[in-house]
Ligand binder design. Structure first.
Ligand SMILES: NC(=O)c1ccc[n+]([C@@H]2O[C@H](COP(=O)([O-])OP(=O)(O)OC[C@H]3O[C@@H](n4cnc5c(N)ncnc54)[C@H](O)[C@@H]3O)[C@@H](O)[C@H]2O)c1
Ligand SMILES: NC(=O)c1ccc[n+]([C@@H]2O[C@H](COP(=O)([O-])OP(=O)(O)OC[C@H]3O[C@@H](n4cnc5c(N)ncnc54)[C@H](O)[C@@H]3O)[C@@H](O)[C@H]2O)c1
Lengths: 204, 204
């Protein structure tokens, strides 16, 4: 399994390539690819060689071809159906965010247990009662789910998602979720992001 | 400079210790400290030895003492004044989130350039016109800022924050921000979180 840091670097290269492509740049050196990313050109060459040979020594990489290749490596050359559970303040902000679609993630339905929210749409996504969640996952072969429900509801939701065939969960609830080994899970904790920032303020 | 992964592990140990302390656990082994964290007990011992000796061989760590020590190492033994810029959907969700205060981060003011938002409060935080941002930062000696404004406004906001003495920025706008070297910056990109999840779905 390639380390998570490598996958994250590929995502960063992809963003730089897309930016360059929009500006009409055709060829790019590994130095220019990593210039703003706090990554060395040598690291980028090493990362990319792992997946095949794309660049020409002394010339650089073809921007369009490399962008497509990285999208293929990351599995972004096709779109992913995603559901979101818990349409509160954070859920609504994520439903309205166009950034997911730009990378092939289409949030196709959102679930909530509050009857006042059911039947509305946010960012063109329908809010459905959580009682229909399992049925929706199976019928639409959904593999990815985002949890933005309260911490005390998150474990039960994760259990239900795992049982209906979800294989990857992005969790925002500040709670450790116990799920089967085979399911990929990632938790985002904004307070932790601040912690890693201020640590370096104190300790240059 | 200790690697960011080590700082992130300290944050994870801190959450486990707080959870254990709430349950009345007094002493904990490194194995139990890391049980749910996908980290080995040996890694935890190595991390903690780096900062001093806290545990007793064969007995384990005193939960209360270790928790306090990690809070001190991470700089969470005192509170940090934080400001937020851009009180839209995402900004409002973060202002209402009690998780920041639990780790010593107090969002004391929020700034927006939309006159309709100025004068309201969200999560007990006043929304102030962005024209007063520099003055507020200097008067209150604020060091940390969160940017939840649109991507096209983010660079100018970052420049203004840097000039008024901010030394750490947590950025949610999907844009690479050019700021002076000495300022710590971290960008959160939710699409990237999904990318690192689905990569492993494809490539077990
Ligand atoms: N990770 C972070 O840094 C961060 C930041 C902000 C919020 N949060 C977390 O994200 C979550 C949502 O926060 P929020 O501010 O949007 O909360 P909120 O109360 O505004 O929204 C929660 C939503 O979940 C719904 N819900 C509750 N139980 C449910 C269930 N069993 N099934 C389906 N839906 C259910 C509620 O009806 C509500 O719409 C919380 O866990 C919060 O702690 C995390
Ligand atoms: N990183 C992610 O995954 C993620 C997820 C959701 C949103 N976002 C990003 O977060 C940002 C906010 O998203 P949102 O959905 O809340 O947008 P929004 O439009 O709801 O809110 C933006 C707010 O910023 C204010 N604003 C605009 N220019 C400003 C300026 N110069 N100074 C101060 N305030 C200003 C607006 O008045 C508004 O209140 C965007 O950049 C968006 O792309 C990121």
């Amino acid at each position: 399994r390639i380390p998570e840091e490598t996958v994250r670097r590929l995502s960063l290269y992809l963003r730089t390539l897309r930016f360059m492509e929009n500006k009409g740049v055709q060829v790019i050196s590994s130095e220019r690819l990593t210039k703003h990313l706090n990554i060395t050109g040598a690291q980028a060459r090493k990362d990319l060689t792992y997946f095949g040979s794309f660049g020409q020594p002394g010339v650089g990489y073809n921007v369009n071809r490399l962008r497509k290749k990285i999208e293929e490596i990351l599995g972004l050359d096709h779109s992913w159906n995603v559901i979101l559970v818990g349409c509160g303040k954070l859920g609504a902000a994520l439903l309205a965010y166009p950034g997911f679609r730009r990378f092939g993630f289409r949030i196709t339905a959102a679930f909530d247990n509050n009857p006042d929210k059911v039947g509305r749409t946010i960012g063109k996504v329908p809010i459905i009662t959580d009682q229909k969640m399992e049925e929706f996952i199976r019928k639409n072969d959904v593999k990815v789910a985002i949890i933005t429900a309260p911490a005390e509801a998150a474990q039960e939701i994760a259990r239900r998602l795992a049982e209906s065939g979800i294989s990857a969960i992005l969790n925002f609830a500040p709670r450790y979720l116990v799920i089967p080994e085979k399911i990929q899970i990632k938790s985002v904790d904004m307070a932790m992001e601040l912690e890693s920032l201020v640590y370096y303020l104190k300790n240059h």
